[in-house]
Design a binder for this molecule. Structure first.
Ligand code: UDP
Length: 335
């Protein structure tokens, strides 16, 4: 059983990774500056309140907890923001990753699982996207994640790091026990926005473009359940611990749904009327991005247990209901 430093462990995906690690008998240590993460999401191990750009803080955490491995998720992750403030992304995502890798090289484990993104593929010419699809990012966010992929490959080659890189497609849904879930502020992602309309917190959802070359004219994406994503990290940890290395996998559901498919699925799951309004395209949105995730199945034995659309929406809905009506928000504020 391993002690695992999880950077970004108080965030949406990070907290689900911590839960999955703990369920498998490992000890997750969340390392998070709480700029986007939440105290209430740290439930399965200690929290180190620190920034990945702070070498002493990272080294201290690696040493204090004698970490056997690092799962590195801490990053800025908004495509739109990355185009407005690229320096933030190069600083946090790339400089931060370099500080982390150097701390690991100095006095830490050389076993790393890194969260990359389908945004590294840019506007893929063909779908579904395999791991061999050319990586030609069109956003600063995608470019910074690709830069870190290269950095990690170099550290593997030159310093013996064992590494797994996961390219997430659209992480969605929430913990089936409703203990944790997505809570961004501001929220820009489609599914939580549509659910906000269903619970009456927004009047309507904006559909960004209905003139794409897709069956209903709206963009098609690959939504994969966050708990399934988390499971892949546990599998990778097992594989790396047994000497495996150089794992690079897409994590997607291998199914595409349009924006209007999502709106309809939310209507079905919640029973709510979900008004929508067609607006202009969002700059930089490809028409269709779907994953070929069969390699993760073959390489790691990854099985998706929750990534059917109904489970994605119903877990996110249940979590949102609990989050907005329970003590979680006030408790988080007091803390
Ligand atoms: N989208 C939308 N309205 C929204 C939010 C998103 O129509 O309020 C669309 C967006 O253009 C994209 C899809 O929904 O085609 C998924 O967007 P999201 O921001 O959730 O994830 P992304 O694919 O950008 O990572």
């Amino acid at each position: 059983m391993s002690t695992v430093l999880v950077t970004g462990g108080a965030g949406y995906i990070g907290s689900h990774v911590c839960k999955a690690l703990a369920a498998a008998g490992h000890t997750p240590v969340a390392f998070d500056n709480l700029s986007q993460g939440h105290l209430w999401a740290v439930r399965w191990g200690p929290l180190v309140d620190g920034d990945i750009r702070d070498r002493d803080a990272v080294l201290g955490a690696l040493r204090n907890y004698k970490a056997d491995a690092v799962v590195h998720l801490a990053a800025h992750s908004y495509v739109g923001e990355s185009m407005l403030h690229p320096e933030r992304y190069w600083d946090n995502n790339v400089v931060g990753s370099r500080v982390l890798l150097e701390a690991m090289r100095e006095d830490g484990p050389r076993l790393l699982i890194f969260s990359s993104t389908c945004a590294t593929y840019g506007l893929p010419k063909t779908v579904p996207v395999t791991e061999e699809t050319p990586q030609l990012p069109i956003s600063t966010y995608g470019a910074t994640k690709l830069a870190v992929e290269h950095m990690i490959a170099d550290y593997a080659r030159s310093y013996g790091f064992k590494q797994a890189v996961f390219r997430y497609f659209n992480a969605a849904g929430a913990d089936p026990d409703s203990e944790i879930g997505e809570a961004h502020d501001p929220e820009t992602h489609l599914i939580p926005n549509v659910l906000d309309v269903a619970r009456g917190a927004r009047s309507h959802v904006d559909v960004f473009g209905a003139d794409y070359e897709t069956p209903d004219g709206t963009c098609v994406r690959d939504y994969v359940h966050v708990s399934d994503i988390a499971d892949a990290h546990v599998l990778a940890l097992g594989a790396l611990s047994q000497g495996d290395s150089g794992i690079v996998c897409n994590l997607g559901a291998s199914v595409g749904y349009s924006v209007m498919d999502i709106v309809k699925a939310v209507r079905k799951v919640t029973g709510a009327n979900v008004p929508h309004r067609i607006t202009a395209r969002r700059p930089g949105d490809p028409a269709v991005v779907t994953a070929d995730a069969t390699f993760a199945e073959r390489r790691l034995g990854w099985r998706r247990r929750h990534s059917d659309l109904e489970t994605i929406i119903s877990t996110a809905w249940a979590w949102g209901q609990a989050y907005h009506s329970s003590h979680m928000r006030p408790a988080a504020r007091q803390a």
